[in-house]
Design a binder for this molecule. Structure first.
Ligand code: NAD
Length: 441
């Protein structure tokens, strides 16, 4: 079967059938998928090598978003997330975007910032001049601190001096191309490798030596266009929906209270891909929100504008992701995630994560601008409520459908539904739960 991320009816089949189908479209054997995900994708013995005081591993659902097409290439996108409706919402929105050609994306070179703090330089202006004058020497020294990276085509690319005279500090940035690594350890090693020489040049005391998580030299930009026709619902025509989505964007652009929730909806998609691929989501979160506040006022990472009978969305955010290094070396499920995506290029991974973020944002604001968030969200939430009430196997879908129909998505409602279903032929079942949820945000 050709590589595609369009698999109609995928949500209706069993976990085993899904593994087999994903195996076919990605070329990764179903047995390999099963083995990598066995026991939650991480055995206690392996987890024990990651962190300290390990007792075991903590499982989260490993799912795939479908319909994702970025720069004319199809991706089956692994998502690790516990919140119902995030995966369905991203897949639905990606389907609408796909109908108009998919996402267009570009990524900056994978450049991270290494910071060296210099405290109380004798003469800040002279210190700045001396450091800038020694730029070639410092960059060569930086490269010597990361020979493996240089051998792979990465290394130091630039040097900047930032003066904070009022606090008696000077901060030096070394810009480092980290290739396919996230780069935190590499960049930290470089900061430590050049700090002493910088201190001598500045006649200052050396302070902190560490990367910046505001990785704004490593941004990803993704755009998409969706027709009003694809977005319209039973109750609202295309024009109303397009205006509703633009107004939702303008709300986030003027109000940080809304922007925070707008960005949470984006991070639903981004974080799920970041976690699935074994990346550092705290680093990504820190960078995303610092970037969202770069003007001095917190704003949305993605904006939407009506363009005739369509809506155009664009997202820009820093994404420091790796396809090598860190925990990726040993995490079987993270390695599987990258194999399913079919890439080893960290920049490409960034474009995919941002595209899924933009899809999640579209799904959320479309739902908010039309039916409201609760209908789809609670429909999917109903399954976890059914499980919490004791339903197992086939009973889960039946109980979920009943409590959605009764508009009583509570533990008590689910227990009543289970009791009713356990009486033979006592209940007439409503149609299956609609899987078109849009997660909060
Ligand atoms: P790492 O220490 O594993 O370094 C990457 C290694 O991969 C290097 O040895 C490099 O030479 C090698 N490599 C192989 N192929 C490569 C390729 N194609 N491109 C680039 N390098 C290649 O990992 P890292 O990326 O330096 O650091 C990431 C880890 O650091 C994460 O686990 C993160 O959680 C952690 N960390 C984060 C912070 C922070 O964000 N503030 C701080 C400290 C540590």
């Amino acid at each position: 079967m050709a590589r595609t991320s369009r698999i109609p009816g995928f949500y209706k089949i069993t976990v085993g059938e899904r593994r087999a189908l994903i195996g076919e479209v990605t070329g990764v054997d179903a047995d390999v998928i099963e083995e990598a995900l066995e026991g939650g994708g991480l055995r206690a013995e392996t987890a024990d090598k990651f962190v300290e005081n390990v007792l075991g591993a903590y499982g989260l659902p490993f799912a795939v978003a479908l319909n994702v097409r970025v720069n004319a290439r199809d991706y089956v996108v692994p998502m690790v997330v516990e919140e119902p409706s995030v995966v369905a919402a991203a897949s639905n929105a990606a389907k609408m975007v796909r109908g108009a050609g998919g996402f267009q994306a570009e990524a900056d070179a994978p450049v991270m910032i290494s910071q060296v703090q210099l405290v109380r330089p004798r003469d800040p202006a002279a210190a700045e001049e001396a450091i800038l004058g020694a730029k070639a020497e410092i960059l060569a020294m930086a490269d010597r601190a990361a020979p493996g990276l240089v051998a792979r085509g990465g290394g130091a690319r630039g040097l900047e001096v930032r003066r904070f005279d009022e606090t008696g500090m000077l901060v030096v940035h070394i810009l480092v191309d980290c290739r396919d690594a996230m780069g935190a350890n590499l960049v930290n090693a470089i900061a430590e490798g050049v700090a002493e020489r910088l201190g001598a040049l500045a006649e200052a005391r050396v302070g902190l030596r560490i990367l910046s998580n505001l990785s704004d030299r490593r941004c990803v930009r993704v755009r998409c266009r969706v027709s009003g026709e694809a977005l319209s619902t039973g109750d609202m025509d295309a024009s109303e929906v397009l205006d509703g989505i633009e107004n939702a964007s303008r709300f986030a652009e003027c109000d940080p209270y809304r922007a925070a929730t707008h960005n949470k909806g984006i991070m639903n998609g981004v974080d799920a891909v970041v976690i699935a691929t074994g990346n550092d989501w705290r680093a990504v979160e820190a960078g995303a929100h610092a970037f969202a506040a770069r003007s001095g006022k917190y704003g949305p990472l993605a904006v939407w504008r009506r363009d005739g009978d369509a809506i155009v969305g664009s997202i820009e955010m820093p994404l420091a992701l790796g396809t090598v290094g860190g925990t990726l070396r040993v995490h079987p499920a993270a390695q599987l995630a990258l194999r399913l995506l079919g890439t080893t290029d960290a920049c490409e991974l960034g474009t995919i994560a941002a595209a899924v973020g933009l899809a999640s944002n579209l799904a959320a604001i479309r739902a908010l601008a039309t039916d409201g968030i609760q209908r789809g969200h609670m429909g999917l939430h109903a399954r976890s409520v059914a499980v919490a009430a004791g339903a197992r196997g086939e009973l889960v879908e039946k109980v979920a459908a009943l409590i959605v129909e009764a508009r009583d998505i509570t533990l008590e409602g689910a227990r009543r539904a289970i009791a009713a279903l356990e009486l033979p032929a006592a209940v007439e079942l409503p149609a299956a739960v609609e899987l078109d949820g849009a997660s909060q945000g």
